[in-house]
Design a protein around this ligand. Sequence first.
Ligand code: HEM
Length: 150
Amino acid sequence: MQSLQEKASEWSGVAASDAFAIDETNLFQALGGLQPFVDLSTNFYNRVYADEYEWFRSIFAGSRKEDAIQNQYEFFVQRMGGPPLYSQRKGHPALIGRHRPFPVTHQAADRWLYHMQQALDSVSSIDPESKIKMMNFFRHTYCIFSCSWK
Ligand code: HEM
């Protein structure tokens, strides 16, 4: 039987070695701390909450934008070599379970990635090489909880 990791690689087209290149350098240190992560998540959720499609905006309607930003950047910080801010505040990330209430369809996942790519493109506090590593991680990870669609 294929492992979840293998399936995610196949569906996302991102090899595990590329997805986990984020673990080869400490991105939190390389980027100089918290601010680039705050920039990225703020830029991302500004786009998400202003999305032209109501069906996509409605997925996030139950959360305050400020909370969604903080949840996301704290998770990214801890996953990319920084202090465990997310777990200190909320416990285990358990992303599969935490996304279960939301309709993460193929279409929604594509839209999420689209906004993340746009956000990465417009944040100047992250260097180009780190952006590629982060995007590979996002593409692979979103597949872990949404690619067995559904
Ligand atoms: C595939 C498309 C995705 C959709 C539609 C989606 C949707 C959502 C929604 C609606 C929330 C609730 C907002 C909040 O209150 O925090 C959320 C939370 C979150 N998402 Fe996603 N997400 C997606 C992909 C991802 C990916 C790829 C990651 C990580 C690499 C991720 C990490 C998180 C985290 C850490 C939270 C906070 C969970 C919590 O503390 O409740 N999401 N997501």
